[in-house]
Design a protein around this ligand. Structure first.
Ligand code: ATP
Ligand code: MG
Length: 630
């Protein structure tokens, strides 16, 4: 079948299409209705059907591959490496589920998971899924303030945490941050379950803090049957990255999510049982939920859980893991590739990566120079895919499981089945034509796997996502896109990342792409800054592959001139940045997304706004120093 007719059918015969996909998972009780769209934009999938994510990801495979690897834990931080078979994982999850049960955690209760990338995090997520508790994973890199707001929002009965994580060889204690967060917020959990890795000493609150190893012994032989859940019960809540402001609490169902992931593993990622999947993301992000924890195991694959950076012990570590575990499908982010781009490309070929059928990249625009660099250096197919925390799986990509489709540099591909993607005029709400820029929107019902609502805030769900395009109740992604004559989409940046120079509307992404094409540039960010004459001007911040290139003021001027000339040549003088500042690091969220809005605020002398999700505050200081008059 070809991709376009597959997509067409998913919309024209929506219920028949998804009923077929639903056969990819086990149902304890069949659903009565495929879709209930009587209360749009709220959508209910597989109504009345009973299933369970843990059963489908683990128990279901015991008959055929109990002794095959399910979870491969590798820490380049501590040197640990442990492989859990499906049978072992099944036992660990039941132990964790029994501990939770003994602490009074049941169906619908929240469990907040604040853990580094260790196996216990996966056990805890699956234990929740098994007993119908709702997990809320908070990225381990967040400090007390971000953690406190999430604890207060989720109101967990239980928090699962650890003494410490480790990043770049440095121990990062978690427990003091957790205690501080519990002091800052108002909600108190009934219990805190502590995984003690022996990395950092910590204090315990008597009567509240429990030791995981001790509890695990107590429940060592536990058998905890799965709780069958109605498809529309809640599996988890998770916050967006907070690139554009206050993070939104995305709430997801059980059955729709399981079906969506199983279908994407088949059609998009083409993973086969017995193979190994490696996503270098983090369990604190949606990619970690969908494609470290749930997706690979739903497909009967082993999944690699990697604690570490792409650079240690050396910049070949990701490819070394591919070779060691014969990884067939890999998922990473452009930001990780741009980190590697500052290293010797010889690292890309030091290990045998021929087992890899494709490397999927998502999270940020994959600029053409970076895409070429990795595609040529690695010699493996690179597949860009575009989606959001809200959607749970790709909106735009190619689906080689349906039809081998050539990819185009700079384009994440085409709309995936189930997503009725439209490009709409921002003011009129009308559809724009090919090669015209529009807001990427999705006509409801959203397919299975997408958010049900914003946690405990239906009004915000409708208001935020379905009310921004005049006259139409459609889901807005808040990204600009354009479609070429062959149906390939290109993402041009966020709707608030457009600048207006003397009446010309320019996407900051195009200017960034142009600057990135210069051989000296590793990555860059462009923002629009208010200008009394032109309305706005573009201001650029570039990180060089080799900072020594601009050691002297004269070098700086020369390179700035070269970069401006590059933009002049490629886009025209109107797009030329008024300045190109050189910095050693860009302000990013902890998920690696450039905080353009905060950079812009600093350039205009305003407050940089909510910075709870920022990775490295010193990056903003560099921006501040660069733009403040000497
Ligand atoms: P917030 O919504 O809180 O501001 P966020 O949008 O960064 O945070 P995520 O859901 O993690 O939170 O990111 C989704 C966004 O990332 C998309 O809307 C898009 O802007 C960007 N994105 C993801 N993948 C791609 C891609 N392949 N190409 C271009 N942009 C992408
Ligand atoms: Mg977003």
């Amino acid at each position: 079948m070809n991709l376009k007719s597959f997509h067409r059918r998913s919309l024209d015969e929506r219920e028949a299409f998804w009923a077929e996909q639903a056969a990819l998972i086990d149902w304890h009780t069949p659903f009565e209705r495929v879709l209930d769209d009587s209360r749009l934009p709220f959508t209910r999938w597989f109504v009345g059907g009973q299933t369970n994510l843990c059963h489908n990801a683990i128990d279901r495979h015991l008959a055929t591959q109990a002794d095959k690897p399910a979870l491969i834990f590798v820490s380049s931080e501590t040197g640990e490496e442990r492989v859990f078979s499906f049978a072992e994982l099944h036992r660990e999850v039941q132990r964790m589920a029994a501990i939770m049960g003994s602490l009074g955690v049941g169906r619908g209760d929240r469990v907040l998971i604040y853990l580094p990338m260790i196996p216990e995090a996966v056990f805890a997520m699956y234990a929740c899924a098994r007993i119908g508790a709702i997990h809320s994973v908070v990225f381990g890199g967040f400090a007390s303030h971000s953690l406190a707001t999430r604890i207060d929002d989720a109101q967990p009965r239980l928090i699962v945490s650890a003494d410490a994580g480790s990043r770049g060889g440095k121990v990062v204690p978690y427990k003091p941050l957790l205690d501080e967060a519990l002091g800052l917020g108002s909600h108190q959990p009934a219990a805190v379950l502590m995984v003690d890795r022996g990395l950092a000493a910590f204090s315990r609150v008597a009567g509240r803090d429990l030791d995981y190893a001790e509890q695990r012994q107590r429940h060592f032989d536990a058998q905890v049957p799965v709780t069958w859940l109605e498809s529309n019960e809640i599996s988890y809540t998770l916050y967006t990255s907070g690139t554009t402001g206050k993070p939104k609490g995305v709430q997801r169902d059980v059955g729709g999510y399981a079906v969506a992931l199983a279908a994407s593993m088949k059609h998009i990622f083409c993973g086969r049982p017995g193979e190994t999947y490696f996503s270098s993301s983090d369990i604190g992000w949606v990619v970690g939920h969908s494609y470290i924890v749930y997706g690979p195991l739903l497909a009967g694959m082993a999944t690699i859980l990697y604690e570490g950076t792409p650079l240690r012990p050396d910049p070949g570590i990701l490819w070394e893991l591919v070779a060691r575990y014969q990884v067939s499908v890999m998922f990473s982010a452009p930001t990780a590739i741009r980190v590697l781009k500052k290293q010797d490309p010889a690292w890309l070929t030091r290990h045998d990566t021929r087992s890899l059928r494709a490397l999927f990249l998502a999270g940020e625009p994959l600029d053409e120079p970076t895409a070429r660099w990795i595609a040529e250096g690695l010699g493996r197919p690179i597949i860009d895919n575009y989606w959001q925390t809200e959607t749970g799986w790709p909106i735009l990509t190619v689906a080689h499981g349906i039809e081998p489709t050539p990819t185009r540099f700079g384009s994440p591909g085409m709309p995936m089945y189930g997503f009725d993607v439209r490009l709409l005029h921002e003011q009129t709400g009308e559809e724009v034509g090919n090669n015209e820029k529009g807001v990427v929107a999705i006509v409801p019902p959203l397919p299975p796997g997408c958010l049900q609502t914003v946690w405990r805030d239906d009004e915000r769900f409708v208001k935020t996502y379905f009310s921004s395009i005049p006259g139409r109740q459609v889901y807005s992604t808040f990204d600009w896109g354009i479609r070429d004559d062959d149906g390939y989409y290109f993402i041009l940046g966020r709707t608030d990342d457009v600048i207006n120079v003397a009446g010309h509307r320019l996407g900051t992404r195009e200017i960034e792409e142009s600057l990135s094409s210069h051989a000296a540039v590793a990555e860059c960010a462009v923002v629009g800054v208010a200008d009394t004459l032109k309305g706005q001007v573009a201001m650029a911040f570039a990180v060089l592959k080799d900072p020594a290139l601009v050691a002297q003021p004269a070098d700086r001027l020369r390179l700035e001139g070269e970069l401006m000339a590059t933009v002049d040549r490629q886009l025209g003088a109107v797009a030329r940045p008024s300045r190109v500042h050189f910095v050693t690091v860009l302000p990013k969220t902890r998920s690696g997304k450039v905080l353009r809005r905060s950079i812009q605020a600093l350039c205009e002398g305003r407050d940089p706004g909510d910075l709870t999700t920022i990775e490295d505050p010193s990056a903003l200081e560099q921006v501040r120093a660069a733009v403040s008059p000497a």
